[in-house]
Design a protein. Structure first.
Length: 212
């Protein structure tokens, strides 16, 4: 049995990112399901792992790590994944791409935020779908425009998948789930297709990790 444990929820974007990186690093791990829908993340057993009550949590190398971007940085530095360019200006630009999703789109579309917005909407139609589309589509349109500054070959920031790709692909999954129109985002869809051909991304796909 693997000593690496990922406390995971199959549809969590943040968990999806970490699954991709673990696969890229060829790290064998055991997934422990934390059912966000049933509130398992608020139980004492999970709060003892992460007082924020969030997933993912990764047990690796004798450490317990939280926050997907911090976990990705740890895996990048310890497993030499080369998720970001070395040149400072290129690195900053690639980080900006990734953060436009992980820091700007994802937090407001978190399940707990969307649920609270639905409660406050007092029975408004098409919630939380309208909430999700309100934030996801403009955010991804901006991402599409940002991609114009990169020479895609064929990933977001170069010839190998990096941090921006790892953040983008889970967000596209969520966009499709909430029927966000992506038809006018050809660069984004091209990156998605390239990543979809990689085993590390395919094995991390939520439907392949759903509980049975």
């Amino acid at each position: 049995m693997s000593d690496v444990i990922l406390y995971d929820y199959w549809r969590s974007s943040a968990s999806y990112r970490v699954r991709i990186a673990l696969n890229m690093a060829e790290i064998s791990y055991r997934s422990e399901f934390v059912d966000l829908v049933k509130g398992a993340h608020r139980e004492a057993s999970h709060l003892s792992r992460n007082p924020q009550g969030l997933v993912p949590v990764l047990d690796i190398d004798g450490l317990r790590l939280t926050q997907s971007l911090a976990i990705l940085d740890y895996l990048d530095r310890t497993r030499n994944l080369n998720l970001l360019p070395n040149e400072p200006a290129e690195r900053a630009a690639a980080q900006a791409l990734a953060y436009s999703i992980a820091v700007d789109i994802h937090p407001v579309c978190n399940l707990s935020v969307a649920r609270h917005a639905t409660e406050l909407s007092d029975g408004a139609d098409d919630m939380p779908g309208s909430w999700m589309r309100h934030f996801i589509r403009p955010g991804l349109l901006a991402f599409e425009a940002l991609l114009s500054g990169f020479k895609q070959a064929p990933y977001c920031a170069g010839s190998t998948p990096g941090l921006a790709d790892i953040c983008l692909v889970p967000q596209i999954y969520n966009a499709r789930r909430w029927q966000v129109d992506l038809s006018d985002m050809p660069k984004l869809l091209s990156v998605e297709a390239a990543c979809g051909n990689l085993p590390a991304f395919a094995a991390a796909y939520p439907d392949a990790n759903a509980p049975t």
